[in-house]
Design a binder for this molecule. Structure first.
Ligand code: IDP
Ligand code: MG
Length: 184
């Protein structure tokens, strides 16, 4: 006596096919990335943007700026008491900077990892700084890129470089940046 198919064959799961877990909107963040003057001067803009996009992040907005001293000082305000502050401001003002708003899940942390350690000489291979920069002319801190170090910093820095985003871009909630068409 043969068994019924339902008794002998593997019972199909009653669960629906598994779907990717929905992303948690609490993890959606924005961060500020700068391609610093050494990176722009060396023609590394495309390389940096490619790495950001290949990682899976979204370029939400960007602009090429020659920063004023006031903007550079405000951007690096947390370092104002450091002995290298003047040199750092001069560095940021020494040429054009590409300012980029990058969007993604946990992107603040992710961009820091992608950028690598501050000192490019010891930054890990595979990172932007580790692959693209080294100490030159005795200067160790020409390190191609900046990335915000926290969600709070990201919000402050995006507002500095993209004042039109103020109030519309929280680095860590579901708010949406203006579309490219809506900004310049
Ligand atoms: P980060 O860019 O990895 O966040 P920070 O400590 O916030 O590193 O320093 C900001 C920037 O200041 C660095 O990216 C680098 O360009 C510069 N910097 C940091 N430390 C020194 C230093 O000791 N001498 C000169 N420049 C420095
Ligand atoms: Mg920093």
């Amino acid at each position: 006596m043969s068994s019924s198919p339902s008794a002998t064959s593997a019972t199909p799961s009653k669960q629906a096919p598994s779907k990717p877990a929905p992303s948690n909107p609490c993890n959606l963040e924005h961060t500020l990335v700068l391609v610093k003057p050494d990176g722009v001067e060396r023609g590394l803009v495309g390389e940096v943007l490619t790495r950001i996009e290949r990682k899976g992040y979204v370029i939400s907005d960007m602009r090429l700026v020659t920063p004023s001293a006031a903007l550079a000082q405000a951007h690096y305000a947390e370092h104002s008491a450091r002995p290298f502050f003047g040199e750092l401001v001069d560095y940021l003002c020494s040429g054009r900077v590409l300012a980029v708003v990058v969007e993604g899940e946990r992107v603040v942390k992710g961009m820091r990892v992608l950028n690598g350690a501050t000192d490019p000489t010891v930054a890990s291979p595979g990172t932007i700084r580790g692959d693209l920069a080294c100490q030159r002319d005795g200067i160790s801190m020409y390190n191609v890129v900046h990335g915000s170090d926290s969600r709070v910093s990201a919000k402050r820095e995006i507002a500095l470089w993209f004042p039109e985003h103020q109030g519309s871009c929280d680095s860590g909630d579901e708010s949406v940046l203006p579309t490219e068409e809506a900004t310049d």
